[in-house]
Design a protein around this ligand. Structure first.
Ligand SMILES: Cc1ncc(COP(=O)(O)O)c(C=O)c1O
Length: 459
């Protein structure tokens, strides 16, 4: 049995940029920062991995998602009985926007129908179109790519920093051309990308930055929430997200003209009815409005958001501390300016040379058998058949020509991402961080057990 002093624990928590307190199993209220040494339960390491017939390392299930109670029921029935279900005549969506903007410390927030809609609305408002290029990370959900292609613009992939899993800020400038109209980095996993470096590049080249913060609710860079740095930020409220209303999204911005034009884009070029928005200046628009039901759900879910975020940060910091002692397991690095990660994903690297060559796939299998969900995460989007087929798309060939599309395929090589995603990258999910210290200890113990029996598991 090993113990870790509080001092060691704090050292790591600072290094990972996350919170310090560790909470008891029941409830989120209050902190249990007792100052006592932390005890790591290594007893189960001696038993066999579940795949080899041993007991499960994590026998109970992790937290369910979403977390709901009567707050959600009341919020929904209130809208139901009001008879005003759409935002145009209602007040609930506008109320959500005001609360969300306040929570994030931005001037404006606009509710839209999804995270994809938030990105699409911002690109449409900026006026992206055929012939334009938009810089995006290769390591992201495919929506970041799709919104560029929907505008017949060229998505230009930038390689991944394998330590952080974020877009490699050092490789952005070489991807900029005369056609580059937007930088659209992603706070992937809910951890901030290198905000200072990327904003400086945007400023130097006079190119707006749109933050894809779809996974990054309440993440912070130098004490300020992400989504407040670029021209605009996009958030997703899809079911798996840390803030959830089944499907939904929001744009955040400090630019009043920009948000007014976004409102117009998402509302058929019209101004608001019960809100103060006047018609925007755009010439293209669509309907991407959120309903009052979803906004009501968001307001109810937001009453728990900060507590849940704290809990994830505390557990993630503790897990990273435990991983310090496991060779071959390395949590994704947080950049120095990070004062909080949303930990939508707990991303980490696996090095099989410390596991007697046990493949990552077999490691995942062994961990899942322990009752611990784990995934290898995103792959090589630049090489995905769905993406490479763009080089043969009839409209793209007409707009850009065969030579440019062939060059596009060549430009999009991302060797660091290839290596990270083919061998090393792993994820845990945000709900796993809503448990308590024991859950984190069981995860670490299960990995130690797999490490100890790696030779046998390989066979
Ligand atoms: C990084 C990223 N961008 C964009 C999106 C799109 O959000 P939505 O699913 O709400 O359209 C997601 C959601 O999965 C995402 O993770």
């Amino acid at each position: 049995m090993k113990t870790f002093s509080r001092r060691n624990f704090i050292g790591n928590a600072v290094a990972t940029g996350a919170g310090l307190a560790v909470l008891p199993r029941t409830g989120f209220a209050g902190t249990a920062e007792t100052g006592k040494p932390y005890t790591i339960l290594t007893g189960s390491v001696d038993s066999k991995p579940a795949l080899l017939g041993g007991a499960k390392g994590h026998p109970e299930s992790f937290s369910g998602w979403p977390v709901t109670d009567l707050r959600e029921a009341k919020a929904l029935t209130d809208v139901l009985h009001s008879g005003t279900w759409g935002r145009l005549n209602g007040k609930v969506s506008a109320g959500f926007e005001a609360e969300y903007a306040k929570m994030l410390g931005v001037k404006h927030s606009l509710a839209v129908s999804s995270g994809t809609s938030a990105l699409y609305t911002m690109l449409g408002t900026i006026g992206i179109g055929p012939g334009d290029e938009v810089i995006i990370p290769v390591y992201t959900f495919v929506a970041t790519y799709n919104v560029v292609v929907l505008n017949y613009a060229l998505p230009v992939f930038v390689d991944t920093d394998p330590e952080s899993f974020q877009i490699d800020a050092g490789k952005i400038e070489q991807a900029i051309t005369k056609q580059t109209r937007v930088l659209m980095p992603v706070h992937i996993g809910g951890s901030p990308f290198d905000v200072d470096r990327i904003l400086a590049i945007g400023q130097k080249h006079n190119i707006p930055v749109i933050e894809d913060a779809c996974q990054a609710h309440l993440a912070e860079w130098k004490g300020k929430k992400v989504g407040s740095f670029g021209l605009g930020g996009a958030f997703s409220f899809q079911s798996s997200k840390n803030l959830n209303c089944a499907e939904g999204g929001a744009i955040t911005s400090n630019d009043s003209d920009f948000i007014k034009n976004c409102y117009g884009f998402h509302n058929q070029g019209q101004g608001g009815v019960t809100t103060a928005y006047t018609p925007g200046e755009g010439t293209r628009a669509t309907n991407l409005r959120l309903t009052e039901f979803q906004s009501a759900l968001l307001l109810a879910q937001m009453t728990r958001l900060e507590q849940q975020a704290r809990k994830r940060s505390e557990n993630a910091a503790y897990l990273s501390r435990l991983f310090n002692d496991i060779p071959g397991i390395a949590p994704a690095k947080l950049y120095e300016g990070t004062t909080n990660s949303a930990y939508h994903l707990y991303m980490f690297r696996y090095d099989k040379s410390h596991f007697e060559g046990l493949s990552r796939a077999r490691f995942i299998e062994a961990l899942r058998a322990e009752g611990i969900p784990c995934d290898s995460g995103y792959g090589q989007m630049n090489k995905n058949a769905y993406v490479t087929a763009l080089a043969k798309n009839r409209h793209y060939l007409k707009i850009y020509g065969e030579k440019v599309m062939k060059q596009w395929l060549e430009r999009n090589q991302c060797p660091q991402n290839d290596l990270l995603t083919s061998e090393h990258s792993l994820w845990f999910f945000q709900t796993m961080l809503l448990g308590d210290k024991t859950d984190m200890e069981q995860i670490a113990d299960a990995i130690r057990k797999i490490q100890k029996y790696a030779g046998e598991l390989k066979k």
